[in-house]
Ligand binder design. Structure first.
Ligand code: KIV
Length: 282
């Protein structure tokens, strides 16, 4: 069944958990979609796990459109949410609308996601007003990593916790259909989840959120540069891939690949004809 923003609203109402994973390409999106996920996030984490940057700051609109459109072609039932990259919406409401529109038209998104609380509410309001669903993202927002001074859990002091609750309420009021809550203490995420009527999607925010999201390379053991505490490894695909690559290298080296079953055949007369006197070889 096709997932939409209504699926999110109904899940919150019924107390059913929502599932989300990231994807950045057609084949992976197809696999995740076929597994029955509610939503696929084309996260700007592609800067880290696909493009090899240290953070998400350098990710461009073109990157998001290119990967977003590939994911959209692979996802038949999941709601595809594409991240708005750094400086594609912070600069003005006008920029936010133009760029959200591009992610919908060129990236074929079902919704967009942007980071921030009270300060980005004018942008959320305007984008939602244009008929584009917005997923908000509060807490440890990676685009602000330079302002935070690193990947640090947010909302640990009373003042910071109050500000996060205020942000959560503000993005709901501005019209967001869901909010990703990243890197905050479980008890604070629980309060935010209780106080909101839109679903919270947690990542490093404990089990009390209305749904969960993970970066798929993290949960499959395919990205080893940095593994946060909140990641659960569901498989060690990185090791499986490495072993397969090694087997291929070995078999090509020792001549056991390709084997008979991987070869195409041709009638012997064709080959014999190549040596007949006067035959043309071009
Ligand atoms: O970019 C991303 O993948 C994200 C998730 C980690 C929530 O924003």
């Amino acid at each position: 069944m096709k997932n939409t923003v209504l699926t999110f609203a109904q899940a919150k109402e019924k107390g059913e958990k929502l599932t989300m994973l990231t994807a950045y390409d057609y084949s992976t999106a197809k696999l995740i979609d076929e597994a029955g996920i509610n939503s696929i996030l084309v996260g700007d984490s592609l800067g880290n796990v696909i493009l090899g940057y240290e953070d998400t700051v350098s990710v461009t609109m073109e990157d998001m459109i290119h990967h977003g459109a590939a994911v959209a072609r692979g996802a038949k039932n999941a709601l595809v949410i594409i991240d708005m990259p750094f400086m594609s919406y912070q600069t003005s409401v006008y920029d936010a609308m133009v760029n959200a529109g591009r992610l919908m038209k060129e990236g074929r998104a079902g919704a967009v996601k942007l980071e921030g609380g009270v300060e980005v509410c004018p942008q959320i309001k305007a984008i939602v007003g244009a008929g584009i669903p917005v997923c908000a993202h509060i807490g440890l927002t990676p685009q602000s990593i330079n302002a935070f001074g690193g990947f640090k859990v947010q909302g640990k002091s009373e003042a910071a916790a109050k500000k996060l609750l205020e942000d959560a309420k503000a993005v709901e009021e501005a019209g967001a259909f869901a909010v990703v809550v990243e890197g905050v203490p479980r008890k604070l995420a629980d309060v935010i989840t209780r106080e909101l009527t839109i679903p919270t999607i947690g990542i490093g925010a404990g089990n009390g959120c209305d749904g969960q999201v993970l970066v798929y390379q993290d949960m499959l053991g395919m990205f080893s540069d940095f593994t946060p505490k909140f990641v659960k490894r569901y498989a060690d695909i990185g090791e499986v891939m490495k072993r397969a690559f090694q087997a291929y290298i070995e078999e090509v080296g020792n001549g056991t690949f390709p084997a008979k079953e991987h070869e195409y055949s041709v009638d012997d007369s064709v080959i014999e004809g190549l040596y007949d006197s006067g035959s043309k070889t071009s």
